[in-house]
Design a protein around this ligand. Structure first.
Ligand code: ADP
Ligand code: MG
Length: 698
């Protein structure tokens, strides 16, 4: 198995699953490390096992019983001479009944529990007794349903045997830790097959020297690739966007500032200056503008656009959805068009004639500002001179799209024989990145932060309410409507698979319509045609609709200051940052606002631990940074970034919260390696990131 091998025509489901997990090269397999270990090296006597222990026993089947009530199950009583125990299977196959027959001697592994009718193991693994006990702990790898452990173990084993594991750290690199520092080869061999004497605790909490080596390697690869990307970008050129000469009259930028109905906050002024300074350079800007929901990023974007157009170049603003793009369009147009700026609108769903006109205006340069969804970066769109791309809610913008944007802009403005040109890039996000993540994942990104909300906002009161108090919530809605306010009611996304247990948006819409006679209750869900969505939003914006029932389509960006109450149904199913984004839709005007998090526990007696932690965080704080910090704590960085969407080099092994010393070591070593040991650095990056590194530079 090597990266260059052509894919075989007939791949088995297991092989496909391997590829899906990214286990393509030998080294990928070697770096696929166990989640945990099972100790199959010894047998335990039932009499010595305590409740809650995971043990391996050898025992004889005393009796079996197939029962249908209260539910279909297969129960097997075993006896190892010291004690007895019942094996209970709720899912079982003919093979179970064939192996587990009375009198058979079996080797069984599972968790011992004190059941109602004595001790039991639920769904233990088992096989006929006999055969040698293994010498090493048995690794259990992260896997998926189509990929059985046994198959994966073999694949890892052979990958490990073949993978090139020679040292990539330069000889003068200082060791990252005091005490023993293992070689990669030694560390991997150990982690895949630890001896039974190894401390399982040290292995599983990843403090073992073998883990230290892996984490150090991983962090170094990440820092190397980011630094490489940064240097690559530094070698490119971008148009310097400087203010026009004063004799040409007031700049658009100045005019816009003068016409705004409000004063910029100090934080907005600061970040606006930071962006302005970047744009004036010939180095492509690569900046993330982060600020909590409602902190006023749009006007900062408009000011950046004005600077760009002032200098005689085009600016593109993109948002992940048409609704969002439309809002930017509306707002930006209302600010910029009175200044004489032509704006072009591009989406996937517009009519051919309209689109043709927009394309022509973009190509001729007549349109200074282009707003749209990622339709903006389609092949057919030709810019005259694009110099600034602004991407809102960049975490929802795929990495592939970011790459497409870059290549488009490069060929739009670069000329043969010149240094490659690249536009300035400004990404905006309402999900603040905690500092440790910013240092590590976004080391090649400059960050500007709006850490202050515009004045006059009232805090949002957040209440966590059980589903059975729905009637009270509806009464509360009535009270808000009576005061002339508007209300959002958010339901989880309509998904086929979950349709059964979710009270979906359609039902809720009917229920609220019936409960609120005389009020316009509208429904907005993700599967509606775009035109219908827009019509619904327009009526809500205009204040005609009192209650908007919707799925997560309003997640980001909607700005209706008269809305003062947000109800989130099945709040336990939403992620923390999603909840925070949603809540940010209210509290935009001066009226006191509230957010009700309705939760249901389904059949369970209580909410799960993480759901509870999320709702608690929501009730306790409104600060986006604190929310982000707690989110990271609850989920861990891998999930925080969303592996698929970010395409970021997710840390699999290192933990930014605890491995700060290793991170510092990697940050220090990376420039030295790129400067003096380019070949080693390249080998190291390839080993860890393989074909993925192109993505990482985006
Ligand atoms: P977000 O950062 O979530 O994108 P917006 O740009 O949509 O926030 O701004 C939220 C609201 O605050 C908008 O109605 C905007 O016009 C208003 N706003 C922005 N800056 C200020 C300010 N300095 N003073 C008062 N209102 C402001
Ligand atoms: Mg916004």
């Amino acid at each position: 198995m090597s990266a260059a091998a052509p894919a075989k025509a007939s791949t088995s489901p297991a092989q496909k699953a391997l590829h899906k997990l990214g286990l393509v090269r030998d080294i990928d397999l070697a770096l696929h490390l166990p989640l945990r270990y099972e100790d199959e090296t010894r047998l335990v006597r039932l009499a010595d096992a305590r409740d809650g222990d995971v043990v391996q026993i050898e025992a004889r089947v005393a009796s079996t019983e197939l029962s249908l009530r209260p539910r279909r199950q297969f129960k097997v009583k075993v006896d190892d001479g010291s004690d007895t125990c019942v094996l209970r299977f709720l899912n079982f196959y003919p093979s179970h009944q064939k192996t587990l027959v009375e009198g058979a001697l079996v080797r069984v592994r599972g968790e011992i529990r004190g059941g109602f009718l004595g001790r039991e193991m639920v769904h233990p693994s088992f096989k006929l007794a006999g055969g040698e006990l293994p010498q090493a702990l048995t690794p259990v790898y992260p896997t998926v349903a189509q990929l059985p452990q046994a198959y994966l173990r073999k694949a890892v084993q052979s990958g490990l045997a073949r993978a090139p594991l020679s040292e990539t750290l330069p000889p003068e690199a200082p060791p990252p830790v005091h005490g023993p520092f293992w070689s990669l080869k030694q560390a991997l061999q150990f982690l895949h097959h630890p001896s039974p004497q190894a401390s399982v605790a040290a292995l599983e909490d990843r403090t073992h020297p073998a883990w230290t080596r892996l984490k150090a390697e991983e962090l170094l690869a990440q820092q190397l690739s980011q630094l490489q990307a940064r240097r690559g970008r530094d070698a490119m050129r971008a148009p310097a966007l400087r203010p026009p000469r004063p004799q040409l009259g007031l700049s658009l930028h100045t005019q816009l500032l003068e016409r705004l109905p409000f004063r910029l906050t100090a934080a907005q002024q600061r970040v606006e200056q930071e962006i302005g300074a970047d744009l004036a350079k010939t180095l492509p800007m690569h900046r993330l503008l982060q600020g909590d929901v409602g902190s006023g990023k749009t006007v900062v974007a408009a000011l950046a656009a004005a600077r760009c157009i002032d200098a005689g170049w085009q600016c593109a603003l993109m948002a992940p959805t048409e609704i969002l793009a439309e809002q930017h369009f509306r707002k930006l147009v209302s600010w910029l068009e009175p200044l004489g700026i032509r704006t072009a609108w591009l989406t996937g769903s517009q009519k051919a004639a309209e689109r043709k006109k927009a394309l022509a205006a973009i190509e001729s340069g007549e349109a200074g500002l282009v707003v749209g969804t990622h339709a903006v970066i389609q092949e057919k769109v030709q810019f005259k001179n694009l110099a600034l791309a602004i991407i809102d809610e960049q975490h929802r913008f795929g990495v592939a799209q970011r790459l497409a944007l870059r290549s488009k802009l490069a060929d739009g403005s670069g000329r043969e024989g010149e240094v490659a040109q690249e536009p300035h890039l400004l990404m905006m996000s309402a999900t603040p990145i905690p500092r440790t993540l910013a240092m590590s994942y976004y080391a090649d990104l400059d960050v500007s932060t709006i850490d202050e909300l515009p004045p006059g906002r009232t805090p949002i009161v957040t209440k966590v309410v059980h589903e059975d108090r729905r009637a009270e919530v509806i009464a509360r809605i009535q009270a808000q409507l009576a005061e002339g306010r508007q209300v959002y009611w958010v339901c989880p996304l309509i998904e086929e698979s979950e349709a059964l247990d979710l009270r979906n948006a359609t039902e809720t819409h009917a229920e609220l319509s019936a409960a609120l006679p005389g009020t316009e209750v509208a429904l907005l869900h993700s599967r509606m045609p775009v035109a219908d969505k827009k019509a619904v939003m327009a009526r809500f914006n205009a204040g005609q609709t009192g209650v908007l029932v919707s799925t997560t389509v309003i997640e980001v960006g909607v700005d209706v200051p008269n809305a003062s109450l947000m109800v989130i149904e099945h709040a336990e199913r939403f992620g923390l940052s999603q909840l925070h984004q949603l809540r940010g839709r209210v509290g935009r005007g001066a009226a006191a606002s509230a957010c009700v998090l309705l939760y249901s526990t389904g059949d369970a007696p209580r909410l799960g631990e993480t759901a509870r932690a999320r709702l608690k965080a929501m009730a306790e704080t409104q600060d986006g940074f604190e929310i982000a910090r707690r989110d990271l704590e609850i989920r861990g960085p891998g999930e925080f970034l969303g592996a698929r969407q970010s395409g970021a080099p997710l840390l699999r092994f290192a933990d930014l919260a605890t491995d700060t010393a290793l991170l510092a070591w990697a940050r220090e070593l990376a420039p030295l390696m790129l400067d003096r040991h380019a070949a080693l650095a390249e080998r190291h990056i390839q080993r860890w990131l393989g074909g993925k590194s192109e993505f990482l530079k985006a």
